[in-house]
Design a protein around this ligand. Structure first.
Ligand code: PRP
Length: 209
């Protein structure tokens, strides 16, 4: 393990805001803003190396120690339960996991509910707690289409502004859990690079209050 702190950042909408938190926490890497095709950036003076990875992959890098810390959505942590420390709620990327259905759908509790989702574990856990029998239809995207085409009765998906649901004539029926971005750390790195990780944690906690 090098002394450099390895940080997995979620590529995309949230990434720039997340990087700016690290910058303000004392780990700047100016070159990151100059090139949008490169995926690895380092600043040896500040002792930090950043990687841009797919948001849903951040927890894998951190769990396996390829990154010491990273930022992942609570949705991913609930769905895959990676063995990582969840250090802080960054209060960014706020949205919710919800059940949605076509406006005219009336649930019959006596029937098995067909649920389309990318988040099979979150959906299974939610309905198991309610004692409801369901049939999970695991999809990888465009979940909103499933009930329109009769593939499912409802969907379990992320709702941010609600625009996607509205455009597809779906309504939120229940909120399962609020979601936001979390600072996570690798177990071993948290021990061996504790000083720098603690510094980031304290600074970010102050910045996100
Ligand atoms: C999520 C989700 C919805 C959309 C909701 O997809 O699956 O499609 O955002 O946002 P809204 O309520 O603001 O319309 P995301 O863009 O995160 O990526 P995905 O297509 O990979 O699911």
């Amino acid at each position: 393990m090098s002394n450099m702190l390895n940080v997995a950042l979620p590529k995309g909408r949230l990434g720039e805001k997340v990087y700016s938190l690290f910058e303000q926490a004392g780990f700047p890497c100016p070159s990151i803003k100059e090139n949008n095709r490169k995926l690895i950036f380092e600043n040896p003076e500040a002792g930090v190396r950043y990687f841009w990875v797919k948001p849903s992959d951040v927890a894998i890098y951190v769990e396996r120690g390829a990154a010491d810390i990273g930022v992942a959505g609570k949705d991913i942590l609930l769905e895959y339960r990676p063995q990582v420390y969840e250090l802080l709620d960054l209060k960014l990327g706020k949205c919710r996991m919800a059940v949605a259905a076509p406006k005219d759908f009336r649930d019959d509790p006596a029937r098995t509910l067909r649920v389309a989702t990318k988040f099979s574990r979150i959906a299974s856990d939610y309905y198991a707690a309610l004692g409801r029998d369901i049939d999970i239809i695991h999809l990888n995207g465009s979940i909103e289409i499933a009930p329109i085409l009769g593939l499912s009765d409802v969907i379990v998906d992320i709702v941010e502004t609600g625009t996607t649901l509205k455009e597809n004539n779906l309504d939120v029926r229940e909120t399962i859990v609020p979601i936001s971005a979390r600072l996570i750390a690798n177990h071993a790195a948290f021990k061996f690079k504790n000083e720098s990780i603690e510094k980031i944690l304290q600074q970010m906690a102050a910045l996100t209050e």
